[in-house]
Design a protein around this ligand. Structure first.
Ligand code: NDP
Length: 470
């Protein structure tokens, strides 16, 4: 039997497609799945690629099918399944072998697993893969982490299978240990925010402007030819265009309004809090999914207080206002996301390559958009500068923030919830307020806790005469 170049465990949605992609790029791959039937079904559907795929029925068989030093990709659910697979593989592997977790791991788990591998046994690396099923099959975006030498070893395979942006592979090494999985988590946080902002303007059009789904689809389709061009706008136009075969109504109108999630947005928000990095647009998006899940409570709220959304008087808002608001919201969201990455880079001793991160997101991943190319340029120009201050994006914001304010204010007056857009606007206003209201916070803290304050006219650790007055 010819030895395979690489192994893969977990032939679910992502693993099966990744295995076909790897085989299509000319690599021989051996695969194993917990449920053996799945392995055989997969091998039977591999068609022309079957000669490059070796199905195996046991982990021992998988290990025996690989060239040494071996490299085995795990594509199983994050958490215990990954630890279990590492534990099962470790006694079968040699020190020079490599286990690659390509699922959506929490980067702290990846740090822990990398540290354990450094003590001996097979090496371990964590890589973030984005693009869903089609991305995995035809070219995902890959955010690598782990030891640089392990990345170098795998790079030919990862570059071959990755999406290409004008010929450049969207697969880059981000740094040691959990760096790749951290960047993937931020990607997913931004994905939540992009999706939520689209859902919010959809809500303004549906509930405020009484637009039927096909009309909304046409608007989104039009936006996809402008600065908002992106995969998520494109698929939102597509999903609003579909008619349900059973009811003849737009399918979107009969989909239950309770959003699911697997937790990567939540991880991003938790890490941002640990890092004191403000990411309010992403926080609002996670909050909105959590609130959407409380359908019964929402229905009780509606019964108690009346339905919030009210129709807008004619000509209150134009779709052009919504487009401009989305542009501003998107810039603010990405500015926050990149600032979070900068904070993590400092805190964890990584050198996360901001321009390369923007580049790797240009194709293959769920947040791919034309704006990311401009972001890559702006970040290459000055990675330390907040993205909203880069001249290209500052000009965009100057042209669009009035529309964001108009949309948020109008939506608030008519009960149309736009939490992500509103959070972006509040942050934008705070970020251009030289004299904030935190002097009040400091006075309060000093009053009840003697925490001290700085004075504008100089000196730290002053105290007010509160005790005297109290
Ligand atoms: P699926 O649920 O489609 O497949 C899961 C796979 O893992 C199956 O092959 C399953 O085997 C196997 N598996 C489950 N539990 C165990 C276990 N305890 N031990 C061994 N094998 C196990 O998941 P996806 O392919 O969607 O996701 C895989 C990973 O990729 C996850 O980390 C996910 O977050 C990530 N991911 C998913 C994306 C997506 O769009 N779906 C996008 C990017 C990343 P069996 O057949 O026996 O059940």
């Amino acid at each position: 039997m010819t030895q395979s170049d690489i192994g893969l465990i977990g032939l679910g949605t992502m693993g099966a497609m990744l295995a076909l992609n790897i085989a299509e790029q000319g690599f021989a791959i051996a695969v194993w799945n917990r449920t053996t039937d799945v392995t055989h079904r997969f091998a039977k559907t591999a068609g022309d690629l079957a000669p490059r795929i070796t199905p195996t029925d046991s982990l021992k068989g998988l290990v025996a099918a690989l060239k040494t030093p071996r490299a085995i990709i795990l594509m199983v659910p994050a958490g215990q399944a990954v630890d279990d697979q590492i534990a099962a593989l470790t006694p079968l592997l040699d020190d020079g072998d490599l286990i690659i977790d390509a699922g959506n791991a929490n980067f702290r788990d990846t740090n822990r697993r990398s540290a354990a591998a450094a003590q001996g046994g097979p090496q371990f690396m964590g890589i973030g893969v984005s693009g869903g099923e089609q991305g995995a099959r035809h070219g995902p975006s890959i955010m690598g982490g782990g030891r640089a030498q392990d990345w170098a070893r795998l790079e030919p395979v990862l570059h071959a299978i990755a999406a290409k942006y004008q010929g450049t592979p969207c697969a880059t090494w981000m740094g040691e240990a959990g760096a790749g999985h951290f960047v993937k988590a931020v990607h997913n946080g931004i994905e939540y925010a992009d999706m939520q902002m689209i859902a919010e303007v959809y809500g303004v059009m549906r509930d405020g402007m009484a637009m039927p789904a096909p009309a909304i689809s046409a608007v989104l389709d039009g936006w996809n030819a402008g600065p908002l061009q992106s995969y998520l706008i494109e698929i939102s136009a597509a999903v609003t265009a579909v008619t349900d075969a059973k009811t003849n109504a737009p399918l979107i109108d009969i989909i239950l309004d309770r959003a699911g999630q697997k937790g990567t947005g939540r991880w991003t928000v938790i890490e941002a809090q640990h890092l004191s990095a403000p990411i309010p647009v992403i926080e609002a998006a996670v909050m909105a999914r959590n609130t959407s899940a409380r359908l019964d409570e929402r229905l009780r709220g509606q019964a108690a207080f009346g339905a919030a959304p009210q129709p807008l008087p004619p000509s209150t808002l134009e779709v052009a206002d919504l487009e401009a608001a989305m542009i501003a919201g998107k810039i603010l969201c990405y500015a926050q996301g990149f600032a979070l990455i900068t904070a993590a880079s400092t805190e964890f001793g990584w050198a996360l390559p901001l321009p390369d991160i923007a580049k790797v997101w240009r194709e293959g991943c769920i947040i791919r958009s034309s704006m990311l190319n401009d972001m890559a340029t702006a970040l290459a120009d000055d990675p330390a500068r907040n993205l909203m201050l880069a001249p290209f994006f500052a000009d965009h914001l100057k042209n669009t923030h009035h529309a964001l304010r108009k949309v948020v204010a109008t939506a608030a007056l008519h009960g149309l919830p736009v939490p992500a857009l509103a959070s972006g606007l509040a942050w934008f206003d705070m970020m251009r307020t030289g004299r904030s209201t935190a002097n009040m916070i400091q006075a309060q803290r000093d009053f009840f806790g003697a925490h001290g304050f700085e004075r504008l006219d100089g000196g730290a650790d002053h105290h007010g005469p509160w005790a005297m007055n109290g």
